[in-house]
Design a protein around this ligand. Structure first.
Ligand SMILES: [Zn+2]
Length: 176
């Protein structure tokens, strides 16, 4: 009985987005990347500490914020930790997606060595054969999560059904 109760609480909490997350997303969308990074880093560490499912995404967004703030080297540890968590959790499809994107973003910002290092590591941890998933046609989503303000990228959302996705940042269900 207690179990059920707890699950209900968690469900309720998912709708109550932490203000710091909204603030981080808001800073990011305004282009205040240094500020966004300072907010995403503790969010990511806290999520990591409790084994939270969204920790990888928070780390990657922290890394990306540093990159966009022109502080790429400060972002590399976050990128690494985010990808490492995906590898530990054996989320290989996401690891491939996020890893490829991270390498691309690092290269674009001139961090070639860091990109090459991550690429080599990625090749060592990803299972050999690459399964290219056929793209599934899904409903369109709003550009930002109405609950927490995170940008809704197709690769950062989890689809619950054909028309409903779950925001990767706050867990709220989102529809068109
Ligand atoms: Zn959200």
């Amino acid at each position: 009985m207690r179990r059920i109760f707890r699950r209900q609480i968690r469900k309720t909490l998912a709708q109550n987005v932490p203000p710091i997350l909204q603030e981080a997303n808001f800073a990011f969308s305004k282009g205040e990347y240094g500020r966004a990074a300072e907010l995403f880093e503790p969010i990511a560490r806290a999520a990591d500490g409790r084994g939270g499912p969204r920790a990888p995404l928070f780390y990657l967004q922290a890394g990306r914020s540093r990159l966009l703030a022109g502080q790429g080297e400060l972002g590399v540890p976050s990128f690494r930790r985010g990808l490492e968590l995906l590898a530990q959790r054996r989320q290989f499809q996401r690891l491939r997606q996020f890893g490829t994107r991270t390498i691309q973003e690092l290269n674009e910002r001139g961090l070639k060595n860091e990109a090459a290092e991550i690429e080599a590591w990625l090749e060592s941890v990803l299972p050999g054969m690459s399964v290219s998933d056929a793209p599934v046609k899904r409903a369109a989503l709003p550009t930002h999560c109405p609950s927490c303000g995170a940008p809704l990228r197709p690769d950062e959302t989890e689809w619950l059904d054909e028309v409903t996705a779950e925001c990767g940042y706050c867990g709220s269900p989102v529809r068109e």
